[in-house]
Design a protein around this ligand. Structure first.
Ligand SMILES: [Zn+2]
Length: 173
């Protein structure tokens, strides 16, 4: 298994604006910047060196980014992202994460549900959440509880049902 590095490495990598522009291309970068300015990134979650974000547009998309052997890796559920291109959602996620992670007013506290309401934007900028509390809870569950929990997830999420079915067929581990 490839070594996963901490989010600090990811942040460092994403802060290289020139590199982001090159990665995305001028058009995607500009569109992503627009998404960032509009506040299209609605959630930011970090866990085990990975960053996940939900980006709202005509549809909602999920972006995941991480560092693997010092190389920036990313996925987005949009059609462009599926072609493994650094899409506008990735750009918006990167810019929003840089802002959230470097702003002194946004500590990484998963118990703090209060959001900073932005009068100009008309809604809150996302804070960086962690899964620490969720991890502790899951670690305390019995196997039967975990099975029930994941069945509930599979029932309610098309994406997770498909993922778990693939795992059940042994096509993905
Ligand atoms: Zn995308």
């Amino acid at each position: 298994m490839a070594k996963r590095l901490m989010p600090e490495k990811l942040l460092q990598s994403l802060r290289d604006e020139k590199r982001l522009r090159e990665l995305a291309g001028a058009k995607s970068y500009e569109r992503g910047e627009g998404y960032y300015e509009q506040g299209a990134v609605r959630s930011l979650v970090t866990h085990a060196g990975k960053l996940a974000a939900r980006v709202e547009g005509t549809e909602d998309y999920t972006v995941v980014m991480w560092m693997e052997n010092d190389v920036l890796r990313f996925t987005c559920s949009c059609p462009v992202g599926e072609r493994e291109e650094f899409c506008k959602h990735c750009v918006a996620t990167a810019l929003t994460y840089i802002e959230a992670a470097t702003s002194p007013a946004t500590p990484e506290d998963e118990d703090d549900d209060e959001e900073d309401f932005d009068d100009e934007l008309g809604y809150a900028r996302p804070k960086v959440q962690t899964l620490n509390a969720v991890q502790s809870y899951l670690a305390s569950c019995r196997k039967e509880q975990l099975v029930e929990l994941l069945l509930d997830v599979a029932l309610q999420s098309d994406e997770w049902r498909a993922r778990l079915k693939r795992k059940a067929c042994g096509r993905e581990r």
